[in-house]
Design a protein around this ligand. Sequence first.
Ligand SMILES: *[C@@H]1O[C@H](CO)[C@@H](O)[C@H](O)[C@H]1NC(C)=O
Ligand SMILES: *[C@@H]1O[C@H](CO)[C@@H](O)[C@H](O)[C@H]1NC(C)=O
Ligand SMILES: *[C@H]1O[C@H](CO)[C@@H](O)[C@H](O)[C@H]1NC(C)=O
Length: 273
Amino acid sequence: MNPIQSLLLTFAAIALLPIALATSIAAYPPPYGLDQSCTAAVADNLVPVRREVYGGGRIIDISHRYHPEMPTWDSTEGIGQFLSLPASMKNGSIANNSEMKLPTHTGTHVDAPGHVYDHYFDAGFDVDTLDLEVLNGPALLVDVPRDQNITAEVMKSLNIPKGVRRVLFRTLNTDRRLMFKKEFDTSYVGFMKDGAQWLVDNTDIKLVGIDYLSVAAYADLIPSHLVFLKGREIILVEGLKLDGVEPGIYSVHCLPLRLLGAEGSPIRCILVK
Ligand SMILES: *[C@@H]1O[C@H](CO)[C@@H](O)[C@H](O)[C@H]1NC(C)=O
Ligand SMILES: *[C@@H]1O[C@H](CO)[C@@H](O)[C@H](O)[C@H]1NC(C)=O
Ligand SMILES: *[C@H]1O[C@H](CO)[C@@H](O)[C@H](O)[C@H]1NC(C)=O
C-alpha cells in the first residue's frame, strides 16, 4: 500500500466511525414517543424544544401529542407502536421516511356525520366535507359541573348565550388527566342524550369540543352521537387538551386532514388569545 492509499483508508475509517458508533448506541427502530432524547443528539446539543404554548402564551396548543401510550377506545394498552420507519438513513436510504397506522378516531380528533349514520357515510359525508368556518372562529371555553354527566339540566345551568357557535366543554376528564392515561376509562364525562338534545334545540352551538375521546358519555354513546350528527351541521371535536387554560373567549382554529371517505380524522386545534 502506498502512502496515499493508506491515507485514504484512514480517512474512510474516520468517516465511518460515527456511523458505527451511532448504530451501536441507538436501538433500531428508535423508540418513538415521549423520550426522544438520543445520546448522540444531546452530545451535539441538538435538543428539540417541545411546547404547549407559543408566542409568549398567545397561542395555546389544545391538541394532544400522539405517542404509543395514549389511550384508545376500549383498550388497556394504548395505541401502541403506530409509527414505523420502512426507509431509514441508518439502513442506507437517502432520507428517513416514516409510516403511520392508527385509527382515525385517535387522540385529538374530529367526527364526521358518517361516523354513526351509514347512509351519510355512503353518501360521502366524510371529514373532507366538514365546514372549516365552523371549525375556526370565536369559541367559548366553559367548565361544566364536576359531579355529573352533561344532561339537559347541566346544559341549561351553563347559561350559554344565544349566538355562541363554538363551545369547548371542560369536564372532570381534564382533572382526572384521562387523556394522559394509557388505559381507556369508560367512566369519563360526556353528553347524555337529553343534554345533546337540549344543545341542539336551545343553542346556536355548531362546534362541540370535549376533553376525552367521545363527546357522548359511555352510557349514552350512540344515542348522543345520533342527536348531534343527525342535522349534519354540528361538528364534534374530541380528545382536546384543555389543561391549565383559563375559561373564556378565544379564537379556535381546528384543521382536520382531508381524508376522502373517512368519518374521522386526527385534528390539530389551537386557541389564540
Ligand atoms: C435495517 O437494518 C437493521 C439492522 O441491520 C435490520 O435489523 C432491519 O431489518 C433493517 N430494516 C429494513 C427495512 O431493511
Ligand atoms: C358519567 O357517566 C359514566 C357512564 O357513562 C359514569 O361511569 C360516570 O360515573 C358518570 N360521571 C359522573 C361525574 O357522574
Ligand atoms: C434518520 O436520519 C437521521 C440522520 O441521519 C438519524 O440521526 C436518525 O437516527 C435516522 N433514524 C433512523 C432510525 O435511521
